[in-house]
Ligand binder design. Structure first.
Ligand SMILES: [Zn+2]
Length: 172
């Protein structure tokens, strides 16, 4: 039986709310519920150097929600962004297409994904992907799309949706 949990291994209440009740993860979550999942994730960010906690919640087309947090490192350049962690978890779980992304970061002003994350998201997400950004405090929400954040994204047209890894490909 497939799990609907993110790799955090937790079924936090915001995630449960975002998934909808009794719909086995297929209900379309509300923007606010996705933001709640990102906000909850941000409480587990590892950011001892910057103090800039980021939480991300990425919903796959099948309804599953994958969360990520920023994970900093003493060697700063090795820091991992919340958005890319969420996407990597999703891909590792077999997700290949996505409905929406929510990010919670910044004390009062919503932050948007960094340039690297925009490009990585563009590998799997269309320009139409809704992106909801909120700060830790305050009600302001920035609603945008991946295409607005990264116009004319660089993409190769690989058959990525059928890409299931070397082992499977070798059996075809
Ligand atoms: Zn980033």
């Amino acid at each position: 039986m497939k799990t609907r949990r993110s790799l955090s291994g937790r079924a936090a209440s915001p995630l449960a709310a975002a998934r909808g009740c009794g719909a086995q993860g297929t209900a379309r979550p509300t923007q606010n519920a996705l933001l709640a999942a990102a906000r909850d994730a941000a409480t587990r960010a590892y950011c001892p150097y910057s103090g800039f906690a980021v939480g991300a919640a990425l919903q796959a087309d099948d309804g599953r929600i994958f969360i990520g947090v920023n994970v900093e490192n003493a060697s700063y350049g090795l820091t991992l962004c919340a958005e890319r962690i969420a996407l990597a978890q999703a891909v590792a779980a077999g997700a290949r297409s996505f409905r929406a992304l929510a990010i919670v970061a910044g004390a009062r002003t919503p932050a948007t994904p960094c340039g690297a994350c925009r490009q990585v998201l563009a590998e799997f997400c269309s320009d139409r992907l809704p992106v909801f950004c909120a700060a830790h405090t305050g009600a302001a929400i920035r609603r945008t799309t991946l295409g607005a954040l990264l116009p004319h994204a660089f993409r190769l047209h690989a058959n990525r949706r059928n890409c299931r890894g070397v082992a499977l490909r070798s059996n075809q």
